[in-house]
Design a protein around this ligand. Structure first.
Ligand code: GLN
Length: 570
């Protein structure tokens, strides 16, 4: 008798793929894991992704974007590692609180249990208590997907990571070696004097894994050029990995090509072979198309991003990606010019024109703290007055409201109380904490004096769209859900004044209390949102606002260039 589909579902056992790194950091473990996720999906399997970070922070929420890149926010409000962004963009599967754990979180839970007496007087130790806690996280969604891809942050040998390696070693011992695959990423440096790629660091890295009791099943070898078969075979021989399971992954011209490269070099086949699974032939046409547009765009939108963390593009990872997706949807490339807000703040009119005159659009991203904010306000003003498409995100929305209040609605001293410590209390606090206008309602717990972690509006919230606005048309929906990460809000006290001056509020929280989207109707494209739409954009499903913004930017560039041509001809 065939088991019913429901029963089959219940009986499914998840296969676990542990992704570790060796030789050095920044090899693209997260991206490789995400691409493998995509390939397994294309083979007809369901996947979920998880990242275990050996650092001590409870979450990356309070870490500087300079050090750690952006904080990626999940639907359920976890502040996580930016690798989760790769996971979502490549697999389309939403991550959750259960997708990212750090040493800090694991120890906090173990210590809480110890204080509660859960360990019944036992001596609490790394093995078994910490390792058990780690394994319980890996097993959280057992049986729900065909594959779980679990990435261990950092590099084998890091002083923080032994408990994680020990946990994944034990894991195979407990669930069965046939349900586990260890995939190890390494790097082959090219030695110019010898004219060859060197395999020794890889051999040593695998030895280090063996020392921890883990024999890798698949190696993904990164390098700046294709690795000759002979070298791959040599690595296989020295590391005890089957020859076809040593996969070359040379540098790529775009991340969208990585799934194709890994597939061509046999990664998904090696994984299926290891688990003795068959799978359908994958259709990777989308990735082919994205790579072609990305590398040889028929046209390019030029976007000025006015921000603070301009020297490190990882600080705006999801935003950069979402802009690129918006371009892909229109077979266009996107050239993001990072403009330092502090430069804009003090620039002459002439210099401003030089910076912004020929861009297709201006974007002010999210941010915290006073530095650069007046420059961002100035960028908004330029966009509004010169009719340059403007997209404001989170802080970029708050500052758009400030600019409009000051320069259009006549509220000369409009500002945000976020900067009160440095600038003094603004006379007209158009942006502030809800407690500041809802005292005593008991609705709001966010305030300035609480810990930095955990006091924000975090995660997905519904937003009701106002009919016939640009936002409603772009989304083609009545209600949407978008992810938030901020403390401050628009102060509804100023709603009427701003509406009367010509600002359109096109999205509100369903109770009508929190402004989510503002726009200017009499402008080619001026949309500013309190949330972070970039977290919801995927190459295969570009976000409607980013599509709209890039479309408007391309239109402006066309207009500007034909204007310049006409001028020259005249
Ligand atoms: N600093 C602002 C706030 O806390 C905006 C945050 C952001 O842009 N993510 O509300």
């Amino acid at each position: 008798m065939n088991p019913s589909p429901k029963r089959q579902q219940r009986q499914r056992k998840t296969h676990y793929i542990f992704v570790t790194g060796g030789v050095m950091s920044s090899l693209g473990k997260g991206l490789t894991a995400a691409c493998l996720g995509t390939l397994l999906q294309a083979r007809g399997f369901s996947v979920r992704m998880q990242k275990l970070d050996p650092y001590l922070n409870i979450d990356p929420g309070t870490m500087s974007p300079f050090q750690h890149g952006e904080v990626y926010v999940t639907d359920d409000g976890a502040e996580t590692d930016l690798d989760l962004g790769h996971y979502e963009r490549f697999t389309g599967v939403s991550t959750t609180q259960e997708s990212n754990f750090t040493t800090g979180q694991i120890y906090q839970e173990v210590i809480n249990k110890e204080r509660r007496g859960d360990y019944l007087g036992a001596t609490v130790q790394v093995v078994p208590h910490v390792t058990d806690q780690i394994k319980s996280k890996i097993l959280l969604n057992e049986g729900k997907t065909d594959f779980a891809l679990v990435e261990i942050g950092g590099t084998v040998g890091d002083i923080e990571s032994p408990a994680f390696f020990e946990a994944i070693r034990q894991f195979a011992h407990e669930v069965g070696r046939d349900r586990v695959l260890y995939m190890h990423l390494t790097h082959l440096p090219y030695l110019a004097t010898a004219g060859e790629l060197k395999t020794k660091p890889t051999q040593h890295s695998v030895k280090q894994m063996l020392g921890l009791g883990i024999q890798p099943d698949v190696l993904v070898c990164r390098s700046d050029r294709p690795i000759p078969r002979a070298e791959l075979d040599k690595i296989a021989l020295f590391t005890n990995v089957p020859a076809g399971h040593v996969v070359s992954c040379p540098d790529s011209d775009t991340i969208y090509r990585v799934p194709l490269t890994l597939h061509e070099n046999g990664l998904d086949q090696a994984v299926l072979d290891h688990f003795r699974l068959g799978g359908v032939a994958p259709n990777l046409k989308d990735w082919q198309k994205f790579s072609e547009i990305y590398v040889n765009p028929p046209r390019t939108a030029k976007i000025a991003m006015v921000g603070k963390y301009t020297q490190l593009s990882d600080a705006y990872k999801s935003l950069n990606e979402a802009l690129i997706h918006g371009g892909l949807a229109q077979e266009s490339g996107v050239n993001i010019e990072f403009v330092d807000a502090e430069v804009v703040e003090t620039a002459s009119e002439e210099k401003l024109n030089e910076i912004f005159a020929d861009v297709g659009g201006i974007l002010v991203p999210g941010g915290f703290g006073v530095r650069g904010t007046e420059g961002k306000v100035r960028a908004v003003q330029y966009a509004r007055e010169h009719k340059v498409p403007y997209f404001g995100i989170c802080l970029g929305m708050q500052l758009a409201v400030v600019e409009f209040a000051r320069n259009v609605a006549g509220l000369k001293d409009a500002g945000s109380t976020e900067f009160a410590a440095e600038l003094g209390d603004p006379k007209q606090a158009v942006i502030g904490l809800m407690t500041e206008w809802q005292k005593g309602t008991g609705k709001e717990t966010r305030d300035n004096s609480s810990d930095l972690g955990g006091t924000m509006r975090l995660g997905a919230y519904p937003c009701a769209l106002v009919a016939n606005t640009r936002a409603a048309k772009l989304y083609d929906a009545k209600e949407i859900s978008e992810r938030h990460r901020h403390r401050y809000e628009f102060n509804p006290k100023y709603k009427e004044t701003l509406i009367n001056a010509g600002l359109t509020f096109s999205g509100w929280s369903p109770d009508g209390e929190l402004a989510e989207i503002v726009e200017i109707a009499d402008h080619p494209w001026f949309v500013a949102v309190q949330y972070h739409p970039e977290f919801n954009s995927r190459p295969q499903a570009p976000h409607p606002l980013f599509q709209g913004f890039i479309r408007a930017a391309l239109a402006r560039q066309m207009a500007v260039s034909s204007h310049t041509k006409n001028k020259k001809a005249a």
